[in-house]
Design a protein around this ligand. Structure first.
Ligand code: SF4
Ligand code: SF4
Length: 384
């Protein structure tokens, strides 16, 4: 999932992280002395003859001939799952590449606990290879390539409580490839009354996703393009898997927001944007928030310009015309479409500059619901 870990660029971020002994947990408590966590056996794999294994956590890379099928000693496309003697092990359990605090808006989640501070956690690896990735130094790396922070689920939850966070955000890289670490941490966090949020590229098979839905309060699933060709060429993935992921999360009743990256010449076709809006309305309804996110040149797409703001505004207008009720523009701080307004009476509900909340005017009910203070329209989300 491509969200930026800060105002500094990624290389600088990692340089600073490494200089700080790989601990990037910002808080008043100083660097923690956390204990190493041993490598764990992976879940969602089956054994095959000849000491081979088949991982079915994700559909793997469609350009590989034997997707997810690994011979003894082989590491898969995500760089963090290895067959050792006929068993699949995950190397990034308890090995975070980043731990620090972020506002929930950074995920981006705009209909969730406005302004809440979260403990943002990332572990190395990703099962996609997006040429547009903002966090490629961490996502396109294994644990051996980075200085990681040894942090057990217990330590992450303790850190979240100590730093006054209302929950944890699993973000920056791809939480699916540290599924076991994520589920163990989220289960523990829930017991301590913390919320759990996942930012993902949505490249996961249905069975593990259904399990994940039991532990996660909200997902931000990024869509980076609108065709199978785009996903194959630009991400080494498939669009249909991501769309299935969106439908499954919606069907399970878990809160969902969709950042849609608009990349000049690659995913800015107005017809494709209109098609996607129709798909959302047909399959997820009109109330799911959609964020049109500005592309910034990075990784393998440094040759392309940043998305012109009028292109984002055209996508926003098309989405509103199609019937979507909560549409935002992301990565353009100060734009009016950073704000939440009532779809019925157009009253300002939440004012933001980028990821910063300036004011919040929703009527929040004891039941946990929220409404526009002007016309009483229900505004869906997680508000308490
Ligand atoms: S899904 Fe794509 S954008 Fe997100 S971390 Fe992975 S490679 Fe980067
Ligand atoms: S999660 Fe990793 S090991 Fe499993 S199929 Fe996907 S890329 Fe391969």
């Amino acid at each position: 999932m491509s969200v930026s870990p800060g105002q500094i660029d990624r290389r600088e971020f990692l340089v600073r992280a490494c200089a700080a002994g790989a601990c990037v947990c910002l808080g008043a408590h100083g660097p923690p002395s956390w204990a190493a966590v041993p490598e764990r056996e992976a879940r969602y794999y089956r054994s095959l003859p000849g000491n081979r294994v088949h991982c079915y956590l994700c559909p793997c890379n469609p350009t590989m001939e034997a997707c997810g099928v690994l011979s003894d000693g082989q590491t898969c496309f995500c760089r963090v799952r290895t067959n050792r003697g006929g068993r699949l092990y995950v190397s990034n359990y308890g090995r975070a590449a980043a731990v620090h605090t972020d506002p929930v808006e950074k995920s981006p989640l705009y209909h969730v606990l406005p302004g809440a501070k979260l403990l943002a956690v990332a572990a190395p690896g990703c099962n996609l290879a997006c040429k547009c990735c903002q966090n490629w130094e961490m996502s396109q790396a294994g644990v051996e390539d980075l200085h990681t922070i040894d942090a057990s689920p217990e330590e992450l939850v303790r850190r979240a409580v100590e730093t006054g966070c209302r929950g944890l955000a699993f973000t920056y890289t791809e939480p699916i490839v540290y599924f076991e670490y994520l589920v163990d941490t989220a289960a523990l966090a829930r017991k301590r009354g913390l919320r759990c949020f996942v930012s993902t590229g949505g490249y996961i098979t249905t069975e593990p996703l259904i399990e994940l839905c039991r532990y996660v309060d909200a997902f931000s699933v990024s869509v980076k393009g609108f065709s199978e060709k785009f996903y194959l060429d630009q991400c080494r993935g498939s669009l249909s898997t991501v769309l299935d992921c969106l439908k499954t999360i919606h069907e399970r009743g878990v809160w969902l927001e969709i950042p849609v990256l608009i990349i000049p010449t690659l995913s800015d076709d107005p017809d494709e944007v209109a098609w996607f809006c129709s798909w959302v309305i047909k399959n997820l309804g009109t109330e799911v928030p959609v964020h049109f996110v500005r592309f910034s040149p990075s990784f393998r797409l440094k040759n392309l310009p940043a998305t012109p703001v009028p292109v984002l505004e055209a996508a926003l207008s098309a989405a509103l015309r199609s019937g979507l009720q909560h549409v935002y523009i992301g990565n353009v701080p100060g734009h009016d479409a950073n704000n939440s307004t009532c779809p019925s009476c157009k009253r300002l509900l939440i004012q933001r500059i980028g990821v910063r909340v300036l004011q919040q005017r929703l009527d929040i009910h004891e039941s946990g619901g929220a409404a526009c203070p002007g016309c009483g329209r229900n505004v869906p989300g997680i508000w308490t």
